[in-house]
Design a protein around this ligand. Structure first.
Ligand code: NI
Ligand code: MN
Length: 225
């Protein structure tokens, strides 16, 4: 499993030959100007919630690639009307895709579309694929619901928001790492705009002091599990 960071909360996940994009917000992110959305491969697009900083490039990429969009029922209904192929899910539901199993799990946040219309309830994803399991938290507060995840899935990586203000910050993300029983964390949803700027060294040190590993990738860089 290869995980590429496209800035903010945007990820590329490759499992064998299948390309999955998560929450593409790239074309309006000045920090991600080196990434051209017209070159991104996508067989599936996973969306955690309907906020602009998670869906901006969904329509363009889905229409170009023919990717199947996976999200909550309200978000998939919105995109299905545009002629995009979708797979609707809802909280607690799990589905076996060609690349592995996806479960749509709870997140504490909000989920309106940019025009204010209802975007369902926000979520995160647990992906079990190719003998590697990851948790993509989405935008969320720290919540006890995270403790449910390791009761069923042994995670190899937790992808957690760390920018604070709109989501968990560093200290809560460290507790979240405990809750999901995974000490290997990829931080995301930080530095994109003023409210969520963080001190990278302080963040890494705080994780290190709890015997945890916080990875912060340069935009365009990847890790392999
Ligand atoms: Ni959000
Ligand atoms: Mn967000």
């Amino acid at each position: 499993m290869k995980i590429t960071y496209f800035g903010h909360a945007s990820l590329g996940i490759q499992v064998n030959d299948v390309n999955i994009l998560v929450d593409p917000f790239i074309s309006a992110n000045p920090k991600a100007s080196a990434i051209d959305i017209n070159t991104l491969k996508a067989d599936y697009i996973l969306i955690t919630h309907a906020h602009q900083d998670h869906i901006l490039d969904v329509e363009a990429i889905a229409k170009r690639t023919g990717a199947v969009l996976v999200s909550n029922f309200e978000i998939t209904t919105h995109y299905e009307k545009m002629g995009i192929e979708v797979h609707p899910m809802n909280h607690g539901g799990q589905w076996d895709f060609e690349f592995g199993t996806v479960k749509y799990v709870n997140a504490i946040h909000t989920s309106s579309f940019p025009d204010g219309s209802y975007g369902g309830q926000p979520g995160g994803f647990v992906i079990e694929g190719e003998h590697k399991n990851i948790y993509i938290a989405g935008d969320t507060a720290l919540t006890f619901d995270m403790k449910l995840i390791p009761m069923q899935t042994k995670l190899d990586l937790a992808i957690l928001p760390i920018g604070d203000n709109f989501t968990m910050g560093i200290d809560d993300a460290i507790l979240a790492s405990d809750f999901v029983s995974c000490d290997k964390v990829l931080g995301y949803h930080y530095d994109t705009f003023g409210y969520i700027e963080i001190d990278h060294e302080v963040a890494k040190r705080k994780f290190f002091e709890k015997n945890k590993d916080l990875m912060l990738l340069e935009i365009g860089d990847f890790i392999e599990l």
